[in-house]
Design a protein around this ligand. Sequence first.
Ligand SMILES: Cc1ncc(COP(=O)(O)O)c(C=O)c1O
Length: 439
Amino acid sequence: MPDVELADLHSALGDPSLDAINFLNEVMGRYPHAISFAPGAPNPELLEEIAIERCIERYLDHLCVERRMGRADALRRLYEYGPSQGLINGLIATALKNDFGVAASDQGLVVTVGAQEAMFLALRVLFKSKDDVLAVVTPCFMGIIGAAKLLDIELAALPELGDGPDPAQVQGLAERLRASGRRLRAIYVAPDHANPSGAIMSAAARRRLLELAERERFFLLEDSAYAFTAREGGELPPLKALDRSGSVLLIGTFAKICMPGARVGYLVADQTVRDGACERGGLAQEIAKAKSMITVNTSPICQAIIGGMLLEHGGSLRRLGEVNGRFYRGNLRRLLESLERHLQDLPVAWTRPDGGFFVTLRLPVVVNAALLERSASEFGVLWTPMSQFHLDASGDHQLRLSCSYLAPDQIDEGVARLADFLRTAVPQAAVKANERISN
Ligand SMILES: Cc1ncc(COP(=O)(O)O)c(C=O)c1O
């Protein structure tokens, strides 16, 4: 067999952003006893509670009782191929409406293989030519960066200012692109405790961004993965619920409130598609067409598990996420308290988010794979370098800590190890240089 030249493969495959997950898995595999703040994955203890068979039974009951199907027909739904658009759309649409005021019908959404497929599909369908540009609020989830790169979509960064992107910068970007014959086609934004910044967009910022999207005619790809971690009374309406102009596509995942292994997410795309003067149908149907050529349909068995879990919680997404939300809020609080306790005397700065899984730290030294290796081998603590969440070098002095994967009582020990590591990794010379820079 002839060897294959990397240079002859798709250019994105040489990009570090596509290797980021493998890289972290590989490091975690080599240091199985390290305390790991690296994965943004759900806590394994929460997954132990899930009884898959019971969830499937609950969904079958729903089909038999509420949809009046025979048991054999209901079972066949699970065993056979299914519609590309999904099986549990109605359950999800009802929950989105009742819980968050998102008024999409079951026809307006596609059930996807995780949020990741939803991102890929949204980009594939909305982006027509190389003149269409995707802006991302950075730092941002690397899954959207990787998907855009695989699809040859040009990316532009809009820095996170703690309340979403700066409207003037968004406006400026849209105008600059227009002046060069291109268009700002969409902005990827995670308004609720984003990964990794933890930032939340205020209601006013949400309204401003929606007005801009309507005026400048770009789409907003809203990723709501961490909305369920908001403290009680701290929840804000999704952009999709405030959208009056059809600017928003809402991306959802069941990975964090149910389980990532089911690989179930969804994309709300209830816009109408026109062909000249004619109405052609819904955007969700066009997206389902693209999906039928990628994953055909989302596993009906996995949809049944998620559907059953939703039904066990009265059909409410909010209730489904309650226990996990409380757990992660507790872990985040512990992480923040430990950081205050152990890192006080160190020249590092960190974020203090109110929800989500993540805290980011700024160091006066470059944070790279070699530093992570040292942290793992000498101090037994793992984290994620932030460079992979940026399009440029702005994350090169930062690392991300995730509170999600650890048992609550491991967190303090992990932060104590991190503090020991930082004491050696941040040499006095760098501290002085950093002080000069920040003064
Ligand atoms: C912001 C964000 N969106 C989406 C996902 C992935 O969702 P899924 O597992 O459903 O593909 C993650 C996972 O870490 C995430 O952090």
